[in-house]
Write a protein that binds this ligand. Structure first.
Ligand code: PMP
Length: 362
């Protein structure tokens, strides 16, 4: 077979997956584990699929060092469904707090407000979502305090958790920096993440929830919105997105084999530094969106002197197989997403392209 020529994939999500994972999925496609069938063609109640979902869970527990009093759920509906499921399950008749540092946090807050009381404990919109809040106006009686660890569009990432008032569970939308670095799960009440950035393909959303919080779930929720019911059934109440879960499991295995999250974090720092250094040394030709202390290791939005140059940049990059660099429509400019599975060579290729583009257009 001729060697595959992979693109330098800077897509924001769905995004680059590890080559080894794709190759293993390819090798197992026609005959999974000697069954003579693909994993897509077998029952979610079979012992083969049960092993897949259980191994995925065990490997995620290892990777994130998840304490035993947390449940792991593999759900559908994307992170967006969690914006609604979370308050439905955890808020009861109280009010919930949100730290808003970008469009995703704002969307989570708006969705929660449709269903009950929710407020912003901080909101950095006035500075164009370029920063992290320095103080919180947190409600000590809130049902939970929600934050978005990495704002995918604005490229703003928390390096440590915001402090919730004593007794208020911390809830995190970790969709775009999930398993990108070690975190202390015991600080959290609940973490959720759509898989399609760091953890796998779209179609599955991972929820890690402290067991005692499941007691808050009201009795009258529809089953598919009921964390407690879904947890009691090990995410197998109904047919789960089995292929997505299988790939997520392969990604967890890959991450462990690389050396775990400390090693992955180190690699992510190295890749992001290549791009930020190029921005900082460009004499203002490239301008990063986020303030330096809020810079994301996952998504790097930046501007060029004119929109015409930005259009040319994305076009010329695509010709050289640097894909997915056009910024989100709400921020404009360029965005490079440099997730776990992006090879170092791709970050180097972007740096070289940026330097060359500035030399020829600056
Ligand atoms: N939260 C964040 C931080 C995101 O980046 C995204 C998707 N880009 C979402 C939520 C929404 O995720 P989904 O498309 O899985 O509903």
């Amino acid at each position: 077979m001729s060697e595959v020529k992979r693109a330098h994939n800077f897509n924001a999500g769905p995004a680059v997956l590890p080559l080894e994972v794709l190759q293993q999925a390819q090798a197992e496609m026609l005959d999974f584990n000697g069954t003579g069938m693909s994993i897509m063609e077998i029952s979610h109640r079979s012992k083969d699929f049960e092993a897949v979902i259980q191994t995925a869970e065990t490997n995620l527990r290892d990777l994130l060092n998840i304490p035993t009093n947390y449940k792991i759920l593999f759900l559908q509906g994307g992170a967006t469904l969690q914006f609604a499921m979370l308050p439905m399950n955890l808020r009861a008749s109280g009010s919930a707090d949100y730290v808003v540092t970008g469009v995703w946090g704002q969307s989570a807050l708006k969705e929660a407000q449709k269903l009950g009381a929710a407020r912003a404990a901080a909101n950095t919109e006035k500075d164009g979502f370029t920063s992290l809040p320095t103080t919180l106006d947190a409600d000590p009686n809130a049902a939970y305090l929600h934050f978005t660890s990495n704002e995918t569009i604005h490229g703003v990432e928390f390096t440590s958790e915001p402090e919730a008032p004593s007794g208020v569970p911390l809830v995190c939308d970790a969709s775009s920096d999930f398993i990108s670095r070690p975190i202390d799960v015991s600080k959290y009440g609940l973490i959720y993440a759509g898989a399609q950035k760091n953890a796998g393909p779209s179609g599955v959303t991972i929820v890690i929830v402290r067991e005692d919080l499941l007691e808050r779930t009201p009795a009258n929720l529809p089953i598919m919105l009921d964390y407690r019911k879904l947890a009691e059934n090990q995410s197998l109440y109904n047919t789960p997105p089995s292929y997505s879960i299988y790939i997520v499991g392969l990604v967890f295995q890959w991450a462990k084999k690389l050396g775990g999250l400390a090693e992955i974090h180190k690699r992510n720092q190295e890749k992001a530094a290549l791009v930020y250094k190029t921005i900082d040394e460009s004499g203002g030709f490239y301008r990063g969106h986020a303030q330096t202390n809020a810079r994301s290791l996952m998504n790097i939005p930046f501007r060029l002197p004119t929109e015409e140059l930005e259009t040319d940049f994305a076009k010329e990059a695509t010709k050289q197989r640097l894909i997915g660099l056009k910024g989100h429509r709400s921020v404009g400019g360029i965005r490079a997403s440099v997730y776990n599975a992006l090879p170092l060579e791709s970050a180097k290729a972007l740096r070289d392209f940026m330097q060359e583009f500035q030399r020829t257009h600056g």
